[in-house]
Ligand binder design. Structure first.
Ligand SMILES: [Zn+2]
Length: 75
């Protein structure tokens, strides 16, 4: 069970990075919902993290904020 953080770096002020679980419909193991989307054009996937705790710890360190998680993390 892996976790990823998605950071939309083009809209940093509007969208906070979000933690997703690997099987979330939004991220598909970090490949993104749209297979044809240019990787890194709008955002980047960070991970995988083996445990959500690791993703949360990284999030707090990297973004200096409480972690923001997709609903998929708790399913
Ligand atoms: Zn998700």
């Amino acid at each position: 069970m892996n976790y990823y953080i998605y950071e939309n770096w083009q809209r940093e002020s509007a969208l906070r990075p979000i933690i997703h679980k690997w099987d979330c419909g939004h991220c598909h193991m970090g490949f993104g919902k749209r297979a044809n989307a240019k990787k890194g054009a709008n955002g980047v996937w960070i991970g995988p993290f083996d445990k959500v705790e690791y993703a949360r710890a990284y999030y707090v360190m990297k973004f200096g904020d409480e972690s923001n998680e997709c609903n998929c993390v708790n399913h």
